[in-house]
Design a protein around this ligand. Sequence first.
Ligand SMILES: Cc1cc2nc3c(=O)[nH]c(=O)nc-3n(C[C@H](O)[C@H](O)[C@H](O)COP(=O)(O)O)c2cc1C
Length: 305
Amino acid sequence: MNFSSNYFLAPMASYTDKPFRKIAKDYGAGLTVSELISINSIYYNNPKAFALAKRNYNEIPFAIQLFGYDIDLFIKAALKIESMCDIIDINAGCPVPKVLKAKAGAYLLKEKKHLISIVESLKKYIKKPVSVKVRMGFDNDNINTIDFYKDLENAGCDMVTIHARLRNGFYNSSVDYEHIALVCSRLKIPVVANGGIDSYEKLKEVKKITNCKYFMIGQAALKKPYIFEDLLNKKDSSRNIEYIKNLMLNHFTLMIEEYGENAHKLFRKFAHRYLSGYKNAKLINFCINNSKNSQEILNIINSIK
Ligand SMILES: Cc1cc2nc3c(=O)[nH]c(=O)nc-3n(C[C@H](O)[C@H](O)[C@H](O)COP(=O)(O)O)c2cc1C
């Protein structure tokens, strides 16, 4: 597997769509991943699922992340989308109750043998590399052991990303980088460190503890997608409001191209992230939330000073 840089964009449901992934890629993300897509929706040819799996011309390499439980369906879904990506990623970390109820996402960490069988089976039928994205465990009674990671590797898993939080830690609890360090020291396949990396300074700390080569960035990239450029430049940057304004215009334009008039509703959540910490953010967000069409959003962004 070749990556265009060592800093990957994390999959984030309803955020890392085609327009946002293009932006992250342009800033230097070395791997982009679709948001989690259900194996059932692919198997039953749901057009929305296929839209989520579509990449931009510049997304190379690109991974499609699948979630589900049934091994047979995993194989059938993976065969259907294999030609659309460079890597097939298995979600073994999603903490959302609806997903856990379907025995998918982080639930797979409670049935590790089953997860290993999914990997083994995919490797029999799929030619593209197969990676797995895990949390460091389901709960305190189910922390992933080195034997589990070794089993994943022996099953043919080509890369493992570790989001070093437990299921109940969701997205903001403390991150156990020592866990990643131990795994990284024991596996031959690439181990990607994930959780809490929000600056070059933080990256240096995480690199020192984990000794990993690859890193995945999630929430910080939503506020500052240029974090990939900062990491590549080995320096944290601060960008002024004029820069953020142009970034928002570029992003919104890509969203209009992708979604047409629906873009104005879908852009709101991104605007909130871009503007967090800026004076007048509350007022601008209020206006954006109440805008009725794309032109209004463009006017609001253009008026930001
Ligand atoms: C809004 C949101 C949606 C997410 N959706 C997914 C997803 O679809 N698949 C996945 O593997 N992880 C998902 N995650 C987890 C992220 O990929 C990442 O592991 C997590 O945010 C930790 O990285 P960070 O601390 O850099 O944000 C999501 C996280 C957030 C905040």
